[in-house]
Design a protein around this ligand. Structure first.
Ligand code: SAH
Length: 699
């Protein structure tokens, strides 16, 4: 059987449905899953084990048999903990078939087949009774169904159902309770992920300000959670305005209600400032006493000794609909609203609170369309003044009074910048490639530019002279380039394909900005990110190698391993080599017929023998790849490395972009080591037919 998988085609910029082997989806799911990360989360595992032991003891002390329901068993880990702790029987429910199969194998390998029954069903399909999946209701409920937002993976409806149908009244639950905490904050950096700040341009005839449509001002944005590694956010990038307060908590040992609800707290600001965001995280008490606590609290809240790196649970940033000035000592009310799967916030001044009895439970819906067009990193990128300056400087160099410009980039401010920087009589054209026509019209209207910049609704290959109002040729082609469908850095090379498609509309001496792009590679050592792809072997004494093999098998499913996108500002790493330019793409020419290939080696620095021993077992090491755009001969912007900040090799990455990461482990793990390697060799291939880059690295 075949399945269809959505992928952006870098040669057309469009999403396409590709026929893939039926296993492809499942391999993607396993390879990119968070199971390895969870198994490496020592703090989580130890506390679950302690909580489960305590729950089994409490049930046994009451003289009852311990019957466990483990919803979402994954590898079977929590059921095996329960069985080892003396549980009489465990029902391990897992909806995802490949995982349920893995759980059966792992349970068997660890000798628990007689104590644990793996059931491949969604928990709401599980039946209880003499002929049912479960003989009787359980008296211990164990789950790990939580995401960074706590409820985003459907924990509430699952618990609601389980209490109604699958467990006894007064059952023990591990975790016993979860609590959501919040702190009010001001942060220009994080607020810039949600609103477009005015852009100032020094034009020949004075300063111009690019503004947003008024709808953007009060737009509540999109409901999807903004989950990040808040621990990587330097304290200089935000100001805390309130103490940490409990927003709400859920007791999992009692019936749980999943219906929409709201929770309101009174806050006394500890500092005056602009309330813009709510920083949030949760913790879990594994037992009723609260002595076994597992917390996601960020670095400024918890002692560093309690620190456990994890990627499956991070912290949340919620954007208030508007920024609101607050004053030290003057109370405000913060309301959290939630539906079954998500949470959002609203801040009210204390005195308004009485009259405003409105309890808005509708989740936020973007009214201005900008939040649908620009995701949060893209907002951040557009608000990055240093980056804008680079584009302004380069535009100033290439614009001439008789320029006719064509711009190809998704939701870009470039045409507006170009308009203000150019002379009055310049006629600009703006080519919209995808779906943002109406938003851009509003945007141009807000800036009174609707008759200055023309939005062309045509794909590059379908562009006709009439779209260009019969101007014969364009003499400037602009792109950032940025396209919303790009996943990996080189997918923005779609600009080159679009440039090729509009070639006949360009003057023979047309200026193309950026004039070229280059692909760069650097070998790095990850501080933590390696955990998400590293085998675990044994977890709290249970043999989980079946899971390791499954992940490895899925990672190697494609003949050529794929690089994966990660925003590296959230994942510290050290450089082990100098950055190296490996391929150049010349946008002044059309895409060549032949493919571009390169082979070479990168010298390793800062490698010592101790590290090398690990080299073969852990994907501690990887290659990072990114694009740099050469706007003009002397102005470039990097979407990857910004700088190596010290002699230890700590790297600073572009905070708005994802870089491509290629983990080494499975490629080199079987090779034997004689001498310390001093270089990594690479072969990188850009297929001009498909727009894809494949790569191979060897020691
Ligand atoms: N319990 C394991 C795995 C947790 S991951 C551990 O702690 O290591 C959560 C798992 O729950 C996933 O495998 C997911 O497929 C499964 N799952 C989520 N909701 C479920 C439900 N309602 N019924 C059955 N399985 C569910």
């Amino acid at each position: 059987m075949k399945t269809f998988c959505g992928r952006a085609n870098p040669t057309t910029g469009a999403m396409e449905w590709l026929e893939e082997d039926e296993d492809y989806d499942y391999h993607q799911e396993i390879a990119r899953s968070r199971y390895a990360d969870m198994l490496h989360d020592k703090d989580r595992n130890v506390k679950y084990y302690q909580g489960i032991r305590a729950a089994v003891s409490r049930v046994k002390e009451r003289g009852e048999k311990a019957i466990v329901l483990d919803i979402g068993t994954g590898t079977g880990l929590l059921s095996m903990m329960a069985a080892s702790a003396g549980a009489d029987f465990c029902y391990a429910i897992e909806v995802f078939k490949p995982m349920a199969n893995a759980a059966v194998k792992i349970v068997e390998k660890n000798g628990f087949s007689d104590k644990i029954k793996v059931i491949n069903k969604h928990s709401t399909e599980v039946t209880v009774g003499p002929d049912g999946d479960m003989q009787c209701r359980a008296n211990i409920l164990v789950t790990e169904l939580f995401d960074t937002e706590l409820i985003g993976e459907g924990a509430l409806p699952t618990y609601e159902h389980a209490h109604e149908h699958l467990v006894q009244e007064g059952c023990e639950a591990v975790p016993h309770r979860a609590t959501v905490y919040v702190q009010l904050a001001e942060s220009k950096r994080m607020w810039s992920w949600n609103k477009l700040f005015p852009v100032r341009v020094e034009a020949e005839d004075g300063e111009k300000v690019i503004v947003s449509p008024s709808e953007m001002e009060n737009c509540p944005g999109v409901p999807s959670v903004c989950d990040i590694q808040l621990n990587q956010m330097p304290s200089s990038d935000f100001t805390i305005l309130s103490d940490v307060v409990v927003m709400f908590s859920v007791d999992f040992s009692k019936p749980v209600r999943s219906a929409s609800a709201y929770y309101r707290v009174q806050l006394e600001p500890v500092k005056s400032g602009k309330a813009q965001i709510v920083l949030s995280w949760w913790d879990m008490d594994m037992d009723p006493s609260g002595k076994i606590n597992c917390t996601m609290a960020p670095y400024w809240v918890k002692p560093t000794s309690a620190f456990q790196w994890r990627d499956h649970w991070m912290q949340c940033v919620y954007f208030l609909p508007n920024e609101e000035p607050v004053f030290q000592g003057e109370n405000v009310y913060l309301t959290a609203y939630r539906d079954e799967y998500s949470v959002w916030y609203k801040l009210q001044k204390a005195r308004e609170e009485e009259n405003k009895a409105d309890v808005r439970v509708d989740s936020p819906v973007c009214r201005c369309q900008a939040h649908l067009l620009w995701n949060r990193p893209r907002f951040g990128e557009l608000n990055d003044q240093n980056r804008t300056r680079q584009y302004i400087n380069s535009l100033t160099k290439v614009l001439k009074t008789d320029s006719v410009c064509l711009c190809i980039s998704d939701g870009s401010l470039l045409p507006v910048l170009a308009h203000y920087l150019g002379a009055k009589q310049v006629q600009y054209f703006f080519l919209i490639v995808f779906f943002c026509f109406f938003f851009f019209l509003k945007f141009l209207k807000a800036n009174h530019l609707e008759d200055k910049i023309k939005i062309v609704e045509a794909r590059p290959e379908l562009l006709t002279p009439s779209h260009l109002e019969d101007r014969k040729v364009c003499n400037i082609l602009l792109g950032e380039p940025f396209f919303t469908t790009s996943l990996l850095p080189w997918h923005n090379l779609y600009f080159w394909y679009a440039r090729t498609a509009v070639n006949k509309h360009l003057a023979s001496d047309a200026t193309v900005l950026p004039q070229s792009a280059s692909l760069h590679v650097m070998i790095v050592e990850f501080q933590d990110l390696w955990r998400i792809r590293s085998p675990c072997g044994s977890c709290e004494g249970f043999d989980v190698r079946t899971m390791d093999d499954m992940i490895k098998n899925s990672l190697n499913f494609r003949e050529s391993k794929e690089a994966e996108p990660h925003p590296l500002w959230e994942y510290p790493c050290k450089s082990l080599s100098d950055p190296q330019e490996v391929l150049i793409f010349d946008f002044r020419r059309t895409v060549p017929q032949h493919c571009l290939s390169t082979e070479g080696s990168v010298n390793l620095l800062r490698v010592n023998a101790k590290i090398i021993v690990f080299f073969f077992f852990f994907p501690l090491y990887g290659a990072v790849l990114w694009m740099e755009y050469h706007l003009t001969a002397d102005i470039s912007v990097s979407t990857g490395l910004m700088q190596i900040s010290n002699d230890k090799g700590n790297c600073e990455w572009n905070p708005h972009c994802k870089q491509a990461v290629y983990f080494f482990s499975s490629v080199i793990e079987s090779e034997t080591l004689t001498d310390l390697p001093s270089a990594v060799t690479y072969a990188i291939h850009f297929d001009t037919k498909t727009g894809e880059i494949t790569m191979d690295f060897k020691l």
